[in-house]
Design a protein around this ligand. Structure first.
Ligand SMILES: Cc1ncc(COP(=O)(O)O)c(C=O)c1O
Length: 385
């Protein structure tokens, strides 16, 4: 993989894209990430053939919750109207806010939490400066920021436990810092930070800059130690959430921010489409998904079983791994000399790989138990070959 991005001109983008769409080549290098993903991964997401085992995007493998499916089908008939219809967005904000003990003016609905990351990039990156991220972490906001000319400061996770190094991150904040991101639990390491330490960090760091807590996977934790309660009297803390993970709606695109009403109003100004980027179907689906506790609880159980199985397989092969609180597991590729993603893909299993300074790590998302059995067989085969 090339380290630096090829200069993306309109001409070479279109050339790449035409070939890529025709299946002739991999995606243009614009899809490469600073944390060292193989740049060939996104196009595979376009392959809808059933033979691929998709363990590379931390999706829910059990489909859209049944109650959400029903609600989406019912909402379809009114898809000719803009999202203001039936006040459904307001109702969803109300529902989310009530769950968090807040009022709905603390909530901004977005088309997936990726849209929120774009808004944050724009809001806090337009005056350049720097933003602070763990290495590795979810890279999208860093990528937006970099493209806006913001300096991206990477603070390595702790060596053994692979947790955010909160003290080191705090120490990196300077007068040019526009934002610091904490992803809790962290993607790709699957680790969490202690809630009281995180709370202290939020309080201290937010005196100097904006703190963004990405809680895309918070629902995987039994006690859901959210920092949402801090936003009521603090304009420098923003929380991100998504319906893409536990709620099984990745392709339906719904996420949200929790922030002080003044900040919600500011972010709202930067949202595409005059604040109606979310579709009526996804809003209806999300309302119903929140109530589908049978689906959520069964998913959590199956996810736990898949995770335990996967960890046992890694142990059997003597592969070191990081205990995970999520629907993915991070494991060392130090003993694997070849291109891990490529070797897995040749056996129809898609996973991801990360370069953490000098170290190489793999990340496997939890699929169904059957899918994890395929993963285990292929892993064993390529590891021992
Ligand atoms: C930590 C984290 N944040 C945000 C996202 C973006 O998800 P979405 O745009 O589907 O809400 C992801 C996706 O994998 C993620 O892992």
């Amino acid at each position: 993989m090339r380290n630096s991005m090829e200069k993306v001109t309109r001409k070479n983008f279109l050339k790449h894209f035409a070939l890529f769409a025709a299946g002739v080549t991999t995606a243009p290098e614009i899809f490469a990430s600073p944390t060292g993903f193989a740049s060939t991964q996104r196009p595979e997401w376009l392959d809808s053939s059933n033979k691929l085992v998709l363990l590379n995007a931390n999706e829910n493998p059990y489909g859209v919750p049944p109650q959400a499916q029903k609600a989406i089908i019912e909402a379809l008939a009114e898809g000719n109207r803009y999202g203001f219809i039936n006040n459904s967005r307001e109702k969803l904000k109300e529902k989310i806010a009530t769950k968090e003990g807040l009022s709905k003016d603390h909530i901004l609905l977005t088309a997936g939490s990726s849209e929120l990351l774009g808004i944050l990039g724009c809001a806090y990156g337009r005056d350049k400066g720097n933003m602070i991220f763990a290495l590795p972490t979810f890279w999208l906001l860093g990528e937006y920021a970099k493209n806006l000319g913001v300096e991206v400061v990477n603070v390595p996770v702790t060596k053994e436990e692979k947790k955010h190094d909160l003290n080191a991150m705090l120490a990196k904040i300077n007068r040019k810092t526009k934002l610091v991101q904490i992803c809790n639990p962290n993607n790709p390491t699957g680790t969490i930070v202690d809630p009281s330490e995180l709370k202290n960090f939020c309080i201290e760091a937010s005196k100097k800059t904006t703190v963004f807590i990405d809680e895309a996977y918070i629902e995987f934790l039994p006690d859901k130690p959210t920092m949402a309660g801090l936003v009521t009297d603090n304009q420098n803390i923003v929380i991100g959430r998504t319906f893409s993970k536990i709620y099984g709606m990745a392709g339906l695109r719904l996420g949200y921010a929790i922030a002080h009403p003044k900040i919600v109003a500011e972010m709202d100004k930067l949202q595409q489409g005059g604040s109606i980027s979310t579709s009526t179907g996804s809003v209806a689906g999300a309302m119903a998904a929140m109530d589908d506790t049978a689906f959520i609880n069964s998913f959590l159980e199956k996810n736990k079983a898949a995770r335990e199985f996967t960890i046992n397989q890694l142990k059997t092969l003597n592969i070191s791994y990081i205990p995970s609180y999520t629907n993915f597991v991070y494991f060392s590729l130090a003993k694997y000399p070849n291109d891990f993603v490529k070797a897995m893909k040749e056996n129809n299993v898609l996973v991801r790989m990360f370069a953490e300074n000098e170290e190489k790590w793999g990340r496997v998302s939890m699929g169904t138990m059957e899918e994890m059995q395929v993963f285990a067989e292929v892993l064993k085969k390529i590891w021992q070959s």
